[in-house]
Design a protein around this ligand. Structure first.
Ligand SMILES: Cc1ncc(COP(=O)(O)O)c(C=O)c1O
Length: 428
């Protein structure tokens, strides 16, 4: 080749949640043991039954010719009106629809000037962090979520980083959070907004798990609390409906007119969206009907009950294990288990007796591999349980994530107990 084809950032792009699947499948092929998928490979394929009311809504829509048209770039008018009616703080012209939230995330970061940086939580959902770092061609800038303080953000660190790095123009908050399951209290969110206000920043809130907040009183939308700082919220249906391939997400922009620069930036996102004409029509077409249906409300209630029950059980199972700590999730459907590094020796080894599997695993855990990664790949090779090492969430902690999705409660308890026993076997 005349020139190197690779982008400087290409080696940094990784999505362990899916990468580990290829390894797991190879291991399964060799040892013929069924894998317990706790990384979320596809929750619908694995756990969720598609309810008839949802199928019928989609089937009815498919009978109409207009779902086969291109939709307008912003969104279908009737859906915009519907969402603006549900939340009188957002104007319908300030909602912009994307093919899925990943599409929004990618355009939002790509449209930002390369020297403008976003500070985001550590740990961070890796789609955000990879997209931001790729846009800036630079290392991540993060503020810590503290497992010893209910996953609350370290506000002192946040403020200091913002204060001494004039390139930071946005603060990102994911609420409820992936991977910690944290739901932030109003006072905490207000303090983040205070920092944004003080240093003249914008804020982005990823609220894709908003409807999956376990206790109603914990649910604080950003639109409930801020009115003077320009910001936008990211929303989508892939978590609240068993229909993730619908790939449907949107942003709601607030206070666009308060800042010309912010307003131009939002217009540039719309311009880049116009280049691809529009997003897929079908999911946006059915959103009003789905959101208004009592079956949808009922299904949310049932799912929340299920996640709550699993979160309680996880806390109970790991409570006495001195090698890890768990903060009970309050939203979304993940559980993060953090290693207590004071109580464990990080250089451990296992003999994997099938050479072929050993080779596969050793390829994934090189000498200076992070310790949580090593743990997860050994767990996969020896116990056939597939979980995600959370250092892959651009995190400085060593830990792992499982989900709260398993339908079979006995199987769920057994999986967590197996993981706990494996940990105790290593370090006892
Ligand atoms: C916090 C967060 N934001 C965005 C997304 C992406 O959503 P979508 O499936 O609409 O691309 C996810 C998916 O896991 C997520 O956890």
């Amino acid at each position: 080749m005349r020139k190197d084809l690779l982008h400087v950032w290409s080696t940094k792009l990784s999505y362990e949640i899916r990468e580990i699947v290829d390894v797991a499948k190879k291991i399964q092929e060799i040892n013929k043991k069924e894998i317990i998928w706790e990384n979320i490979w596809d929750p619908v394929e694995k756990w969720e039954k598609i309810p008839n009311w949802l199928k019928n809504t989609v089937i009815d829509a498919c009978k109409k010719d207009e779902v086969y048209w291109y939709s307008p770039t912003r969104w279908l008018e009737k859906t915009l009106e519907f969402l603006a009616k549900k939340n009188d703080k957002v104007k319908k012209d300030d909602i912009l629809f994307f093919n899925w939230l990943w599409d929004a995330i990618s355009k939002v970061y790509k449209s930002l000037s390369s020297t403008s940086r976003v500070i985001w939580p550590n740990p961070a959902y890796s789609t955000h962090s990879s997209a931001e770092a790729a846009h800036a061609w630079s290392e991540h800038i993060t503020y810590k979520l503290d497992p010893n303080n209910n996953w609350n953000p370290d506000l002192v660190e946040l403020e200091n980083k913002v204060k001494y790095n004039p390139n930071i123009v946005w603060i990102l908050v994911v609420n409820p959070d992936n991977p910690t399951g944290a739901v932030f209290k109003k006072e905490v969110l207000e303090k983040i907004i205070d920092i944004a206000r003080e240093y003249n920043l914008f804020v982005i809130f990823d609220e894709i798990y908003e409807k999956l907040t376990y206790n109603k009183e914990d649910r604080v939308l950003l639109s409930d609390i801020i009115w003077d700082v320009p910001w936008f919220s990211m929303k989508g249906i892939s978590k609240e409906l068993p229909w993730p391939w619908a790939r449907c997400g949107w942003i709601e922009v607030y206070n666009k007119d308060k800042d010309k620069n912010f307003s131009d930036y939002i217009d540039s996102i719309l311009a880049s969206k116009m280049l691809e004409v529009c997003s897929t029509t079908l999911p946006q077409y059915v959103i009003p009907q789905i959101y208004d249906s009592k079956e949808f409300q009922e299904s949310l209630k049932n799912r929340i009950e299920k996640y709550k029950q699993r979160a309680d059980k996880a806390e109970e199972i790991f409570k006495d294990c001195k090698y890890v700590s768990v903060v009970k999730p309050k939203g979304a459907f993940y559980l993060s288990v953090v290693f207590n590094l004071d109580n464990i020796k990080q250089d451990f080894d296992f003999d994997i007796n099938i050479t072929e599997i050993k080779d596969i695993v050793l390829k994934k855990i090189w000498d200076n591999s992070r310790f949580d990664r090593k743990f997860c790949y050994y767990l996969l090779a020896i116990k056939s349980i597939c979980i995600v090492p959370l250092s892959s969430f651009n995190s400085t902690y060593d830990w792992f994530r499982v989900t709260l999705l398993e339908d079979d409660f006995e199987k769920y308890k057994n999986t967590l107990n197996d993981i706990k026993n494996f940990i105790e076997e290593i370090w006892k």
